[in-house]
Design a binder for this molecule. Structure first.
Ligand code: HEC
Length: 189
């Protein structure tokens, strides 16, 4: 493979980072946010179900989420209203979702609003060094997660292999601090 072809391959592989390879996980990412910002008023677990809506009741969630269409999802609508709107959630502009959290919510809906995919635990940096070759959870700077095995470093890129056997090269700097640490640890083994 010529250097030019090699560079082109890397470019194609890197572009996966923003699209298909990384998916937002409901339990570890979306629910975590809703649990912090909505649970005090909308949770079966906390026995507080205002407006007959609970974030931990999938049927309620499905009423406010239109898979693949964030702009038609009332969940997105209510959390993006101005602070002083009567319908804004959480009410009165308190404890609002950050723009990054709204982006994550929208991405999850765009990707199909899957409630039980992956169940990827968020990276546990304190865990014992994972064995090279095993499937691990990786997150990028946008907070999206991927399950893949570590193949090695290629210059400043981390090469990961997903379950379908595809290799993806991601710039180390585009991974979360935890995933960067994980890659460095594996690379030094
Ligand atoms: C401090 C309490 C409180 C918090 C926190 C809160 N809500 Fe609400 N929410 C309410 C109340 C009260 C209603 C009922 C409003 C009404 O019926 O007029 C409501 C209604 C709703 C409804 C409409 C239910 C329906 O079918 O009409 C949705 C959806 C909703 N909230 C989503 C959220 C989300 C998402 C969050 C977190 C980002 C959140 N809420 C945080 C108090 C809260």
């Amino acid at each position: 493979m010529s250097p030019r072809q090699f560079a082109a391959t890397l470019f194609i592989a890197s572009s996966c980072l923003a699209s298909s390879a990384f998916a937002v996980d409901f339990k570890s990412q979306v629910f975590t946010i809703l649990n912090q910002k909505c649970a005090e008023c909308h949770s079966v677990a906390k026995d507080k179900i205002k407006g007959k809506f609970a974030i931990d009741r999938v049927d309620d969630m499905k009423k406010h989420v239109k898979a693949g269409e964030p702009t038609k999802s009332t969940l997105v609508y209510t959390v993006t209203l101005p602070d002083d709107d009567e319908e804004v959630m959480p009410p009165k502009g308190k404890n609002r979702l950050t723009p990054a959290e709204v982006t994550l919510l929208k991405s999850w809906i765009q990707e199909g609003a899957n409630f039980d995919a992956g169940a990827a635990p968020t990276a546990a940096p304190a865990a014992p060094a994972p064995a090279a070759g095993g499937v691990l959870s990786w997150t990028n700077t946008e907070g999206k997660a991927i399950q893949a095995s570590f193949e090695g470093m290629q210059g400043a890129d981390v090469v990961l292999k997903t379950a379908d056997g595809t290799r993806h090269a991601f710039p180390l700097s585009k991974l979360s601090p935890e995933s960067q640490a994980q890659a460095k640890k594996l690379a030094s083994q």
